[in-house]
Design a protein around this ligand. Structure first.
Ligand code: RB5
Length: 142
């Protein structure tokens, strides 16, 4: 069974709903950490909830806000998280192959839903290449 965590703020909720339905159709069990309405809310709350779950369970996560930027900044404060803000399929593939990213960040106000679904599929279906990329990841903490 494939599992994934998702979370968003009010600016990412439409894309989260569409993407969650798409992933469930693909056979994923989705844990939705909110938000659940379009009422204004604070994106770091949802980023931290999702990242705690991803760190605990070692399954991928997807965070969505208006730009994807706030979510990615908050997520990357977590030691066990490598969050990648992606706007195209090239970035989605490369960040899995080279960065072993475990959280995908998307900006609902930036990209269309079709592109977002393709990015998510590629992110989830691409393996880390290891080797020299693992050495580099191990240097990130400094
Ligand atoms: C909300 O207006 C917006 O600031 C938020 O969704 C996100 O884009 C922050 O980075």
């Amino acid at each position: 069974m494939k599992s994934i965590h998702m979370a968003c703020d009010h600016a990412g909720i439409e894309l989260k709903e569409t993407l969650r339905a798409h992933l469930e159709k693909m056979g994923y069990t989705v844990t939705d950490h909110g938000t659940y309405s379009k009422e204004s809310c604070d994106y770091p709350v949802f980023a931290h909830a999702l990242c705690n779950a991803v760190e605990a369970e070692d399954v991928p996560g997807i965070l969505i806000c208006g730009t994807g930027i706030g979510m990615s900044i908050a997520a990357n404060r977590h030691k066990g998280i490598r969050a990648a803000l992606c706007g195209c399929e090239f970035q989605a593939r490369a960040t899995r192959q080279h960065n072993n990213a475990n959280v995908l960040c998307l900006g609902e106000r930036v990209i269309g839903q079709g592109v977002a679904l393709d990015i998510a599929e590629l992110f989830l279906n691409t393996a880390f290449e290891g080797g020299r990329h693992l050495r580099r990841i191990n240097q990130i903490e400094g």
